[in-house]
Design a protein around this ligand. Structure first.
Ligand SMILES: *Cc1c(COP(=O)(O)O)cnc(C)c1O
Length: 443
């Protein structure tokens, strides 16, 4: 599409957007600008609707979430313990209600996905099963600069097996002068380490650069090297189209409070490919909720895992967070990942185009995220060479909710502003207005 740098053009894209009605299903936060404060100091009513570009950190609340949660509160009030069986959605089976939605979002079969625990917990649980180092094969390949929690998890898993993290963890860095990894270099590294490789684990979409890794190719290369392949999809699920089953990924984990809009501390998700579904030999840390469903309440010794990913569950399902997830998945199912993907490509493409229109002859900023739309989701990571924090603060003041990442460089407040227009609730007009605010803030 030929973009135009005008408000009228942005509004036209909003008018013809097939997903435009979805914005009204969300609560859009207000920012309380000092000038908009009410005389009584309350602020709220005078607040201005934020340009909320940080769904990559905490997605917005669907208006329906309250209804879903209230349903469970009502059932609990009226039924007490009987709610386990007699609630409108019986709590005993609550983990089953989100399977369909999660399967659609991840390109999996319902038996391959389950909502449980939190992301890092699930990462540990699955690494216990799938990172099984031997004398010869013990290495983990991952991207350099992975999200801190993942780095801690990898390191502690390696130490748990009495191995040295410096030897066992191979972190791949972009080539000199480049910001993101080339797929060919990832594949070459996997091949190069194959005689010692146990696990390949990458982010789906890298949280810092916004790079969407080639899941299919990385998985194929990992398997060719005899390794297990897992992904952390925290920034991918609900953001890019995933095909975990067909891509043959062994396992994946994600959280649900980012693009999935399931609320702060939401219940996370896990994928285990069906070829591992009945493998009872995999070591696991287990609990009663992973035990064979018909036998669960006999409370007897001898664990028999449920087939599929359900066999990795430990505890009974957190119903209130589960209800919030259900509310959100309901919206995703209505919108459809294919439609969301199509809008996302346009929306972020428009943002990239407008940023490109800003006179940047002094090279004040660089977009780290790949310009190839197949290699990114909706996030663009804008690396500010100087005065980044000042620019970020100016954006905030003007009503933009974005995210500031300080890479810990000493120099001149360099850092990254991450902006993620989410196709479910952000608009082309917001992207246009953002670009105007950003341009002004640069001065
Ligand atoms: C957000 C995020 C996390 C957060 O972990 P929690 O266990 O949900 O607190 C971990 N890893 C990645 C890659 C993330 O983006």
């Amino acid at each position: 599409m030929q973009f135009e740098n005008t408000l009228a053009f942005a509004r036209k894209l909003d008018r013809i957007d097939p997903l435009k009605k979805f914005r009204s299903l969300f609560h859009i936060p207000k920012v309380n600008l000092p000038t908009a404060r009410l005389p009584d100091g309350q602020g709220q009513a005078g607040g201005k609707t934020a340009i909320y570009f940080t769904g990559n950190s905490l997605g917005l609340q669907p208006k329906s979430t309250k209804k879903f949660i209230v349903q469970e509160l009502t059932d609990w009030a009226e039924l007490g313990v009987e709610g386990h069986v007699h609630a409108r959605r019986p709590w005993l089976y609550y983990h089953k209600f989100t399977k369909k939605g999660l399967a659609l979002l991840t390109g999996a079969k319902p038996s391959e996905v389950v909502a449980m625990n939190h992301l890092t917990v699930n990462l540990h649980l699955l690494m216990i099963s799938f990172y099984r180092p031997t004398q010869t094969h013990f290495k983990i390949i991952t991207e350099a600069g992975a999200f801190s929690s993942d780095q801690y998890a990898f390191e502690s898993q390696v130490k748990f097996h009495n191995l040295n993290p410096d030897r066992a963890i191979i972190e791949l860095k972009p080539r000199k002068g480049e910001h993101t990894l080339r797929t060919e270099d990832i594949l070459a590294a996997i091949d190069q380490h194959k005689d010692q490789l146990a696990l390949v684990i990458f982010g789906g979409v890298q949280y810092y650069t916004g790079q969407f890794f080639d899941i299919k190719k990385i998985t194929r290369a990992g398997h060719a090297a005899g390794a297990i392949v897992g992904f952390d999809l925290a920034h991918a699920v609900g953001n890019v189209k995933l095909n975990l089953h067909n891509d043959n990924v062994d396992f994946a984990v994600w959280c649900s409070y980012k693009y999935l809009n399931a609320g702060p501390g939401a219940v996370a998700g896990t994928f285990v490919h069906e070829r591992h579904a009945k493998n009872v030999d995999l070591p696991r840390f287990v609990g009663w909720w992973g035990h064979h469903e018909q036998e669960r309440f006999r409370m007897k010794k001898s664990f028999i895992p449920m087939p599929g990913v359900d066999g990795w569950q430990l505890s009974n399902h957190p119903v209130l967070p589960g209800a919030a997830l259900l509310a959100s998945l309901d919206i995703f199912q209505q919108a459809g990942m294919k439609n969301l993907q199509a809008k996302s490509v346009l929306l972020t493409g428009y943002l990239e185009y407008l940023l490109g229109q800003i006179n940047n002859s002094e090279k004040k900023f660089v977009i780290l995220t790949p310009s190839d739309k197949k290699a990114r989701g909706c996030q663009l990571s804008i690396y500010m060479k100087q005065n980044g924090k000042k620019v970020f603060n100016a954006l905030t003041k003007a009503g933009v909710v974005a995210d500031w990442r300080d890479p810990g460089l000493p120099a001149r407040q360099a850092g990254v502003i991450r902006v993620a227009p989410a196709p479910l609730y952000n608009t082309f007009e917001e992207v246009y207005r953002f670009a105007g605010i950003f341009k002004k803030a640069l001065k």
